[in-house]
Structure formats: C-alpha cells, structure tokens
Design a protein around this ligand. Structure first.
Ligand code: OAD
Length: 229
C-alpha cells in the first residue's frame, strides 16, 4: 500500500503561474484592504467592488497554467497516496493532474446563491456581475470563504492531516487560521518538509527546509522523497 503524503499549499505555489500571493511585497493585501473586498460586510456594503476584485482574480486564472510545482506534486501520485489541502481558490493543482484536492477557502471557478449555500454553480466565463442570479432568483456571490466566515472543510482537512505519513508545506505564510493549525495535527515523528523561498519560521521540530521557489523546490523534494516510497 502506498504511503500517505499530505501537501498543505498556499498562494506561493501559484506564484510562478503568474498569480499574486497575498502577503509578499506587492502582494494582494498591499494593494487592497481585505475588509473592503473579502468579508461579508464588504458584500453588504459594496457588492460591485467585491465582484470586481474576484472577477480580476478569475480573469487571471482563466489565462494561468499550472507550473512545475503543481505538476511535480501531481507526479508524486506515482509513488504515494497524495492528498492536497490547499488554501488557494485557483484550480491549478487539478489542472496539473492532482486527483485529491481539498479547497479550504473555496473555489474561484464557482459561484453560489447568496440565499441558499447549497446552490453552487460552475462558471463558464470569468465574469460574475450584479444581476447574475441563482435558480431561486437571488444574487450569485463568489464561492469563497471570506474573513469572518466558517471554514467548513476544516474538519475534513484535520482528518487528512492526522493520517499523513509524510507532510509537506509549500508556499504558505501560515498566517491564516484555522489552516495554519493543521500542522498541530501531524502525528509525532512524521517527516515534515517546507518549501518556501523566504526563511520561514521554525514551527515544528523535525522540519526539512527547502528554501526555493515551488518549481525548483518540488524537484528537490522529489529527490528527498525517493527513499520514502
Ligand atoms: P501568503 O501570501 O500569506 O504567503 C505566501 C507564501 O508563499 C509566503 O511564505 C512566500 O514566501 C511564499 N512564496 C512566494 N513566492 C513563492 C514561490 N514562487 N514558491 C513558493 N513559495 C513562494 O499566502 P497564503 O499563506 O496562501 O485567504 O495565505 C493564506 C490565506 O490568506 C489565503 O488563502 C487568503 C489570504 O487572505 C482568503 O482570501 C480567505
């Protein structure tokens, strides 16, 4: 039976595909006030601005392609039972061929009813506008977990993290909870690898740091993982 490899990814994995991270220099939260574009209050106050912000993200995703990092992670399925837990709302892991991807913070390619959270639609165009309605006649909103909203997938993510034989963190600042808390559920003794070009903080005692961008970092990771397969 294949060992279970769990990957926790963040915006950094998609940086080489041309999508901006949030907290790096020039990142999205330097350009935008998060409370103005990614909160339920913002949606109440100025839905047009919220839609504009996510339309821009979606337009970029429509043109983006998975990079060597996403592809390398997908190729690890030859050796391991890989589950990706991602904070990203893009679908570049899926496009690269990863078969098990859990989205903690929602999905940019989907919209849902603002009155019935069970009514979820896959978008065929990058634009979502005021006046676009669900089958029940309510305005559609981005299928994104905004600040202040429940991360409903967290319990599924915790049970995945608890089963990891090997755990990899790639391209996340681990600043946002509850996603960042997932590392607390790794079983003691589990090998942990961290891929990030900036010096990440030491948060776990047995970490192997690969201080590279995701593309190169994942190829180094693959060499390291050969002995675990
Ligand atoms: P951040 O922007 O907080 O962190 C990005 C991380 O990626 C940093 O540690 C960077 O050093 C690293 N990085 C930058 N370029 C990289 C590259 N080419 N390869 C690998 N790593 C690279 O993004 P997240 O941690 O994903 O939530 O942010 C978490 C959440 O905060 C997001 O899901 C989003 C945001 O607010 C919501 O919108 C709900």
């Amino acid at each position: 039976m294949k060992k279970k490899l769990v990957i926790l990814s963040g915006a950094g994995i998609s940086q080489e595909s041309g999508l901006k991270t949030f907290r790096d220099m020039g990142g999205l939260w330097e350009q935008y006030d998060v409370t103005e574009v990614a909160s339920p209050e913002a949606w109440q106050r100025n839905p047009e601005l919220v839609l504009k912000f996510y339309n821009e993200r979606r337009r970029q995703l429509w043109e983006a392609e998975p990079n060597e990092g996403h592809k390398g992670i997908a190729s690890l399925e030859d050796w391991f039972d890989v589950e990706v837990i991602t904070q990203n709302v893009d679908d570049l892991h899926e496009q690269a061929g990863s078969s098990k991807v859990l989205h903690l913070h929602g999905e940019l390619r989907k919209a849902r009813s603002s009155s019935d959270p069970g009514l979820i639609y896959t978008l065929t165009h990058w634009e979502l506008n005021l006046g676009d309605k669900c089958a029940k006649g309510s305005q559609l909103r981005p299928h994104i977990v905004w600040f202040g909203e429940m991360v409903t997938e967290i319990s599924n993510a915790i049970s995945v993290a608890q089963k990891a034989d090997i755990f990899v963190v790639v391209g996340t600042s681990l600043m946002v909870y509850p996603a960042a808390s997932l590392i607390n559920y790794i079983r003691p003794g589990t090998p942990v690898f961290v891929i990030d070009p900036h010096s990440p903080e030491v948060f776990y005692k047995e970490v192997v740091y690969i201080q590279e961008k995701a593309g190169k970092g994942v190829s180094i990771l693959k060499r390291e993982l050969e002995k675990f397969k």
